[in-house]
Design a binder for this molecule. Sequence first.
Ligand code: MG
Length: 268
Amino acid sequence: MQYLGRFFHSQKKLVFFGLFDSENNLVYPIESIFYPNKTGSPYSFNHLKPILFYNPRKIIGIGKNYKDHIKEFDSKIPTEPIVFLKATSSAIGPEEKIILPDKVGNIEYEGEIAIVIKKEAENISEKRVLEYVLGYTCANDITARDLQKKDGQWARAKSFKTFCPLGPWILPAEDFPKYKNLSLKTYVNRKLVQSSTASSMIFSIPYIVSFVSHIMTLYPGDVILTGTPSGVGSLKGNYKVEVEIEQIGSLINSVSKELKLKSNNLSQ
Ligand code: MG
């Protein structure tokens, strides 16, 4: 398979967009994830680390998109997608630490399939959606569950720093037309806690992208999180959480408690 991403070469101290040829274990430098023309000789993947593939202009979340997850919360099946926004400053890459903020109560993982947008999209029909989708990646929609319930709206609960791990790279949509087969698993400390496929979504990937494009203009690199299946649960310090999409790979992040630093005196 071939994947689009951004990589760090630790010896050369180099950050670049790359096309990862997983069969040959090589990464070719490319102009960008949106223009994947090769610009140089490949590097061995062994010397590279995948990093956050792009800083999205928007991160859009879809709530309650799997029936089994809705049962966990004893709520109703929505008649149209529930759309929310997550602060872009919550995005982190593979292997970066998820920081649990202090005094916000229960914090939970949500393993999800994420869509990355390829080009500007406004009012697009469901039939044409795949022209606008760059590809798919793994996401973890970390949520401060107590705040989500308390606030009613979700911006605060979803937006703390490090609350949106993404990656490790993007499976190009054109290389994987059978998007319904994307298969998602989440592991916490190596124990399987979530397992589902895109075919179990209430609203399909094309339906979601078309729906969102009728609300707000989508831009290259924008990310849409498509909802989580059942099996969500709490994160604690020193946990390791892994979101795996079989056709893509694993997004692994460890968890740390917030360091209690002395607050700066802002009046000075
Ligand atoms: Mg979610």
